[in-house]
Design a protein around this ligand. Sequence first.
Ligand SMILES: Nc1nc2c(c(=O)[nH]1)N[C@@H](CN(C=O)c1ccc(C(=O)N[C@@H](CCC(=O)O)C(=O)O)cc1)CN2
Length: 345
Amino acid sequence: MHRKCHRGDGYSGWSALVLTALASVSGAVHRVQHRLAAARSQSSPPGESFAERKRFATMTRTIKGAEIARHIRSQVEERVRQASAGGRVPGLATILVGDDPASVVYVAAKRRAIREAGMRDIHRHLPHDSSQADVATVIDELAADPDVHGILLQLPLPAQLGAAQLIDRIPVTKDVDGLTTASSVLLARGERGLRPCTPSGIIELLDAEGIQLQGSCIAVVGWGELVGRPLVQLLLRRGATVTVAHEFTADLPSVTRPADVVVAATGVRGLIGPEHIKPGATVIDVGIHRTSEGLTGDVRAAELDGIASRITPVPGGVGPMTIAMLLVNTLQAAEWAAEREAVPA
Ligand SMILES: Nc1nc2c(c(=O)[nH]1)N[C@@H](CN(C=O)c1ccc(C(=O)N[C@@H](CCC(=O)O)C(=O)O)cc1)CN2
């Protein structure tokens, strides 16, 4: 089916395309079940009339990121068990510099997930006033340690540190965050490598929902190194027509409204509302904002009820997928390391 990215475009179809790092039989069955459920919930293209918006009012579905993440994590756990039985325990090293409260929470969640998956948890906590050389030394030590298969430098770093230079000290083979220049080149070329966790988690969510990416119109709002930019590359590789916008885009609704899928990754609380979304579109909210009412995202989710066909919640949407994909990458890095060791030099 040929699709056009303009207003009034039809709604996404269904495809059995499965491209995943975890293509186990049970994973495939799970995905097919998800896709069948998604296909059943899809209907003919919704229009702009009030009646059709109202019809959708009963149909906005929450994409259960936490549940999908749990499933991926249980698959990883099984593969770690097998690797460990063969004497190869995947190990992930986390580096936290300073005590940024959100970073403390995320690193603790990552370390818990590592241990729960049966992986080796290696952690370095450096003081807030660490120098570039201090952090570089820790990275170099971990890079040289054969028991460490993945190295993660938690972001953001204190202002005195140059994040790009430090990230680029991580060997590409251990870059489980997929953020080094070397990893981004592999991604741009479509070559084998580790992909950034949040963007690959979003692709997994869209796949699990049975959303056909090839030929779909996808608006990515946000151009950050962690999410927006690598996500654009991943979506292009899957044949989507991708439009990139940001919080300063003039007339943002005119860019997002034709899209079948809108990904909000701007870090601007509540930026995206009903004026940005075509009836029946899927909305992926990457933002996390801590407010007095709890966590909220870049999307005014309540206002999209009855307009979007499905939406990721905050919390419980994209966030847990970031951690699940970190485990996938660590397992992958350990498996590739074992492959390299098995090949005589
Ligand atoms: N080196 C990296 N730094 C950062 C990354 C990253 O991928 N690599 N991403 C973000 C933060 N992040 C991971 O570090 C992250 C954010 C949110 C979640 C998550 O599970 N969120 C929960 C809510 C948890 C809470 O805040 O109470 C949810 O959305 O349900 C996990 C990881 C910046 N830094």
